[in-house]
Design a binder for this molecule. Sequence first.
Ligand code: PHE
Length: 507
Amino acid sequence: TEMCSDLTERVLLYLDGHERVDTLHLAVLFRVDHQKVIGAVKSLQAVGDLVSVEQMVHKEWKLTDEGRKVAENGSHEAIVYKAVPLQGILLSDLTNNVPDLKIGFSKAMSYGWIKVTKQGKDSLVTRKVESITDVVQEHLRDILTDNSSQVDDEHKQVYCKRKLLQELTIRSYQLTKGKDFTISVEKAQSDLTVEMVASGSWREEKFKPYNLDALGAPLNCGHLHPLLRLRAEFRQIFLEMGFTEMPTNNYIENSFWNFDALFQPQQHPARDAHDTFFISNPQISSHFPPEYLQKVKQVHSKGGYGSQGYGCDWKIEEAQKNLLRTHTTAVSARMLYLLAKEGFKPSKYFSIDRVFRNETLDATHLAEFHQVEGVIADYSLTLGDLIGTLYEFFNKLGITKLQFKPAYNPYTEPSMEVFCYHAGLGKWIEVGNSGIFRPEMLLPMGLPEDVNVIAWGLSLERPTMIKYGLNNIRDLVGAKIDLQMVHNSPLCRLEKNGTLGTDVIQM
Ligand code: PHE
């Protein structure tokens, strides 16, 4: 059997030759950390009644960093006194010579060590006594050299108030021999091994009792970023409402699905390089469903389905251009096309993923962000369905008051911006954009004529920043974020009865 660890053995040996000892004393004697001695005592206690243990509380006086400086260089008031030469000094010069003059000066005045006389606009400081005794320094030196009993309690309190001294409470253990005291302890086994079972030696072994109070080892696991925490919450809400997640795992799109399928004219300013990141390699896509492409071309250039179109040339070269998708509505378009192709049935889709826009960067805008998007396709949906669905959706986020403002999107008609009243901020804030997809978008896909599609989108970053009380997007995303912030961020739960995040708003 293995002998007990070195330190526990030394504790027992010491106790063998002495009646009692304090763990603090042992720590000094063995030159080890007090906590290590306590650990050894604890493991002795686990074996049996080897040592009796009594907890002790000691008070100890300890100088603060500033107190140590005073012990070395003298008190603030003595420093001021010494800085005043026999012939006196102008107050303005004294101020320049002595850093932190204030404390020392008023003390030296009140002790009557120095005096001040007016001299023109300035004042002359002179010594009032021939010599001084720096009692504060002497006292602190006494304490530093373990002579704290020399200093009376009243003075100690004063030094505590001056933040030169502090009283520490130290807990230790007084050890005496227990009823099973011995100096030869077998180390109790902490593990039942295969070998013990195979040889049968486990029958003779002593086992450590379970320590059910032991703290578990901290798990070194990853932490969800606040954006991903909020994404999980949004996803939960969509799933509760019966939505299916769309596959958004393609940051690269082509203009056809990002713009043309959405009836966004080829001359639309949003396609401009100022808003869109075009891809240079590979620069173009060339596979499109040919029949559908013809219909898209037709509706853009000549119109159809009761629409007059844009009356402009539609060029395949423009549609072929690859880009970083500017919205997840590109994915919605692909999904709706698929839905029509595979045989329409009422469907609800959602996605939460990254989009890219070539924007001017500032405290609230980056060139990439996340869009939360919901789409419902069903027979005879109306604007009332859209408004009702938005109320239901935002209600689940804890937002109960909504207002709608007419807006314009090339692919929806009507379109509405969504505002909510934010009690924490005390104002109406824009939370999203929404609309009913145009027939010019849906009918070329082959969706039945009596099917309508309502949809809405919002950013993930904005509610996350409100929720976590951040007002600079760079604190949330990018190379400069504080990983500790990610580590510490609380679980995200949107309030179910109240307004979004009122409890964390610090703006
Ligand atoms: N795609 C829109 C945007 O980028 C959001 C939106 C989605 C609007 C669906 C209406 C319908 O802001």
